[in-house]
Structures are given as structure tokens and as C-alpha cells.
Write a protein that binds this ligand. Structure first.
Ligand SMILES: NC(=O)c1ccc[n+]([C@@H]2O[C@H](COP(=O)([O-])OP(=O)(O)OC[C@H]3O[C@@H](n4cnc5c(N)ncnc54)[C@H](OP(=O)(O)O)[C@@H]3O)[C@@H](O)[C@H]2O)c1
Length: 240
């Protein structure tokens, strides 16, 4: 009787597994992957064992991503169909947006985020991490002393992208950076994510890569806006 019960249980388990195969895990889709920050994020994800798909433009210079053993999706973040296509038939664990507008106008930020949110919602992506900027949206009011100048309009557009993400209903985390250390500055290992939105400090892109992985692994990172800070790096006096 015991043997029969064991056999029945084993058969049922096998049938159940066939009827509902586990969802494939396509890892993390990274926007802005060919860039200075994005490539550090990709590097950190690969080192942590995540499969990565890099969303790049057809003409993007992929040299920063060479030899990392990742997949590519090509398109333009400003084209909704291109972004949607990157999600088609895929089940990502997470999406990371580390893009910057380059020569495009400030509307790049809300338009691109609108496309990401729509595609992520349609595909059931469980979380989005946005690399944003200190001073985005209303946060700028906390830094009246900072000489943002022409960046003010960019920060307003970045605030709009943040709003779209927060109101999407998708699990999200926003990691704002203040001053980025020059590209290629080695990680200090000292950077942290602070919930204190009054903080603006310097941080390296390499440390932001590590912080992205830590955020992905920690459910407590979700639903919050973080300021990346590194007290071991110099911070320009004029922003204090
Ligand atoms: N606080 C600071 O001191 C500071 C300084 C600089 C940047 N930032 C912020 O940090 C973040 C990353 O900056 P970064 O300097 O590392 O960026 P970056 O090197 O300029 O990289 C930007 C990335 O976005 C991609 N991209 C731009 N437009 C795209 C489009 N239409 N479709 C697809 N991909 C597109 C670029 O692709 P391509 O390779 O094809 O161009 C590139 O991969 C941004 O949020 C930026 O605003 C902060």
C-alpha cells in the first residue's frame, strides 16, 4: 500500500511538472548597456551569475561589453515597438535602465520610460531598477545651493520618468546618483544606498554596478528611492 502511494505520488509530481513547466529565467534586461554606467552594471550582473540581455542601438559601440558572454537585443528606446520586441517571448527577472539621453532632447527620459513600463507590464516583469539623478523632479528643491544650471530642465524630465515608474504599479527601485566619478575610476567598495533624499555625494559607476546587484537581491530595496553615496570620495565644494 505504501509502495502504491509512493508510486502514485511520483507519477502525479511528474505529470504536474509537465503540465506547468517552470518559467524560463532570461535574467536581466539592461537599457543603456553600452554606456559607461550600463556596462559597469552589466559587468556586475555577469559576475554575480545573472544571464544578461543588453539593449543596444544597431550602431552602438559594444566594445565595453566584449567577452562578457551576454545576449543582445537591438533597437531604439524611443521606438515603442523596439522596446516591446526586446521583451517578446522572454521572462526577465528584472529590468535595469542605465541610459542617458546623449544628443536627444530631455523628453528622452519620460518617453523611454513610458515604453519600458508598457512593455514590462505586458510581459509581467517582476521589477525595474532605474538609475536616476539626485535633483530629479521635486528633489531639486532640497538642493537650492547646487548650481544645476541647464541641467534643471533635464532633472525635471528625469523626475517625470521617475513618476511614470512609481505610478506604473510595477515593483521598482530608483537609484539616484549625484556626482559621478570620472569613467573608469575603480570601485572603492564604500558606496551605499541611503534613503536620505537630502544627500548628494560622489560615486563611481563601478560601485553603482555592485549596488544594482545588491538591490536586485534584496526585496527591501523595492518601492524606494535611494541616493547612492560614497563618503570616501571627494565631493565638489560648490554643491555643498
Ligand atoms: N551626476 C553626474 O555627474 C552624471 C554624469 C553623467 C551622467 N549621469 C547620469 O548617469 C546615468 C548614466 O550616464 P553615463 O554617462 O554612464 O551614460 P552614457 O555613457 O552616455 O551611456 C548612455 C547609454 O544610453 C544609451 N542610449 C541613449 N539613447 C538611446 C536610445 N535612443 N536607444 C537606446 N539606447 C540609448 C547609449 O547608447 P549608445 O551607446 O548607442 O549611445 C548608452 O548605452 C544617466 O542617468 C546620466 O544622466 C550623471
Amino acid at each position: 500500500m505504501k509502495l502504491l502511494r509512493t508510486l502514485l505520488l511520483a507519477t502525479w509530481t511528474a505529470v504536474a511538472a509537465l503540465a506547468s513547466p517552470a518559467r524560463a529565467d532570461d535574467g536581466v534586461l539592461v537599457f543603456g548597456a553600452s554606456g559607461q554606467l550600463g556596462s559597469e552594471v552589466v559587468r556586475a550582473l555577469v559576475a554575480a551569475g545573472y544571464p544578461v540581455t543588453a539593449f543596444v542601438r544597431p550602431g552602438s559601440d559594444r566594445s565595453r561589453l566584449a567577452g562578457l558572454g551576454i545576449d543582445f537585443a537591438t533597437g531604439d528606446m524611443l521606438v515603442a515597438d523596439d522596446v516591446r520586441a526586446a521583451f517578446a517571448g522572454r521572462h526577465y527577472t528584472a529590468v535595469v535602465d542605465a541610459s542617458a539621453r546623449g544628443r536627444a532632447g530631455n523628453e528622452f527620459y519620460p518617453v523611454a520610460m513610458g515604453h519600458i513600463v508598457a512593455a514590462a507590464k505586458a510581459s509581467g516583469t517582476p521589477r525595474i531598477i532605474l538609475h536616476g539623478s539626485v535633483g530629479a523632479g521635486d528633489n531639486i528643491r532640497l538642493f537650492p545651493q547646487a548650481p544645476f544650471g541647464p541641467m534643471t530642465a533635464t532633472l525635471a524630465a528625469k523626475g517625470e520618468a521617475e513618476r511614470l515608474l512609481r505610478e506604473s504599479g510595477l515593483p521598482y527601485a530608483i537609484i539616484r546618483n549625484g556626482i559621478l566619478a570620472p569613467a573608469g575610476t575603480p570601485a572603492t567598495g564604500q558606496a551605499k544606498l541611503s534613503p536620505d533624499e537630502r544627500l548628494m555625494r560622489t560615486v563611481t559607476r563601478a560601485d553603482l554596478g555592485r549596488l544594482t546587484v545588491e538591490c536586485l537581491r534584496d526585496a527591501g530595496c523595492l518601492g524606494k528611492t535611494w541616493h547612492a553615496v560614497d563618503e570616501s570620495l571627494p565631493f565638489p565644494e560648490r554643491y555643498r
